[in-house]
Design a protein around this ligand. Structure first.
Ligand code: LLP
Length: 415
């Protein structure tokens, strides 16, 4: 397949659109997503499952733009949500509620009731108290809710500590050792049917071994539960496959992982659910930004740009790496080692530190790469900065799928 982003004659393109065209018409900072890339990543999962009964529930939290959700809904995706707001977005985008699983450790009564009303596929419950609340709310509506228990497989995903979720000390899920008891006690609930088992051990996993380990532990638990008469119809392994943020990194092979997963589940009759987010949208997106100033203080060189931690917080929050490349390559200008920083009044406001990069000048445009996942969704209005525009590219066409916020947007709802 063709890369979504490539230089043609020293000019950076997304699919068949020169990014400089988008930057000059929409302004910066601006997120750009390749529709083709998103579709392709989704298809890779789908094809790899082959005849294995499955449901790919895209993790809405990674990128919740309505047009992205609509594109995935049309491609046949289900959705993994973690809030009422995400359900609202899925429904507005034309997603089928019957394909939605609801994850999260702190669902409110209002959110659960909204999801019951919408008729979602199932709830991934994280405590007995939540099961009891679900039972009571379903009873009030005269429904029987389908649910899974999220267990904690206690495997180390070897990722950034803020996005590891599957260890005993984490707030997520129910201890595996307690699971059998929970299923047995839940049998007495009149309005909840516990038909699934779920987990999610962490995000940005570059090695699939911990995931495989979790799959094995989950399937072992599933067979123990079945031996005790629990009727299970699906098993949900969460998301987590990483992407290569650095040129020297290698993303796990989605096809190989899904094929292995399918082999392991074969013969159990269980439907497999997965909840990938980053691996579907991460590489599809870039954040476009313009160089405002160059500056040198002490021994440090700074490239000051118009995007900041309010637009892309990942470098500040997880010390994450995003490649930063110029929209127009001018090899004769050489390279520089610099911190790429934004206008926000925090020392933590950087997009890169001590980065060897193109020797750009004020007015030049840059692309912050692999920003399609956990980019715009984590943007804020800190420093009263309007959130950036979002653009979706499809072949040689593109459109703004979220307008840049205005100053009026900043004060909407305030007295
Ligand atoms: N399912 C559940 C229950 C999750 O908590 C997550 C991510 C996913 C699925 C999707 O995981 P993915 O396939 O995207 O790895 N803001 C962080 C990532 C937080 C991930 C939270 N949970 C970042 O920017 O790296």
């Amino acid at each position: 397949m063709k890369p979504a982003y490539e230089y043609r004659d020293h000019s950076l393109f997304c699919e068949d659109v020169p990014l400089s065209e988008i930057a000059s018409e929409v302004g910066t900072p601006c997120y750009v997503y390749s529709a083709g890339s998103i579709r392709e990543k989704f298809e890779a999962y789908r094809e790899a499952f082959g005849a294995t009964p499955h449901r790919i529930c895209y993790a809405v939290k990674a990128n919740f733009n309505l047009s992205v959700l609509a594109l995935l809904a049309r491609a046949g995706a289900g959705f993994d949500i973690v809030s009422g707001g995400e359900l609202f977005r899925v429904l507005r985008a034309g997603g089928d509620p019957a394909t939605v699983v609801f994850s999260g450790v702190g669902k409110t009564a209002e959110e659960i009731d909204y999801a019951l009303e919408a008729g979602i596929h199932s709830f991934n419950c994280e405590s007995e108290a939540e099961l009891a609340l679900l039972d009571a709310l379903a009873a009030r509506r005269g429904l029987v809710a389908r649910a899974a228990i999220r267990v904690n497989p206690d495997v180390d995903p070897a990722t950034h500590p803020y996005i590891a979720t599957g260890l005993k000390e984490h707030k997520f899920g129910i201890d595996m050792a307690d699971a059998v008891g929970v299923y047995e006690r839940a049998a007495s609930l009149g309005h909840v049917r516990l038909v699934g088992l779920s987990c999610h051990i962490g995000s940005q996993l570059l090695d699939t071994d911990p995931l495989i380990e979790a799959v094995d532990r989950m399937l072992e638990l599933a067979s123990r539960l079945r031996a005790r008469g629990v009727v299970l119809t699906h098993v949900d392994f969460g998301g987590g496959l990483g992407i290569a943020y650095r040129p020297e990194e290698r993303a796990p092979d989605v096809r190989a992982f899904i094929r292995l997963l399918s082999e392991k589940v074969a013969g159990t009759g269980l439907e497999v659910i997965i909840e990938p987010g980053r691996s579907i949208v991460g590489e599809a997106g870039v954040l476009l930004t313009r160089v405002l100033y160059r500056k040198r203080t002490g021994r440090k060189e700074f490239v000051i740009v118009d995007a900041s931690m309010s637009d892309l917080i990942r470098p500040a929050l997880y010390q994450s790496h995003h490649e930063i490349i110029p929209l127009r390559r001018v090899p004769a200008l050489g390279e520089v080692v610099a911190d790429v920083v934004g206008p926000v009044c925090e020392t933590g406001d950087f997009l890169a530190r001590d980065r060897r990069m193109a020797n750009v000048m004020p007015g030049d445009l840059l692309a912050v790469c692999s920003a399609g996942a956990y980019g715009f969704v984590l943007a804020s209005n800190y420093n009263a900065r309007p959130r950036p525009a979002e653009v979706l590219v499809e072949g040689d066409r593109w459109r703004v799928v979220r307008a840049r916020e205005t100053y009026e947007d900043l004060i909407r709802g305030e007295l």
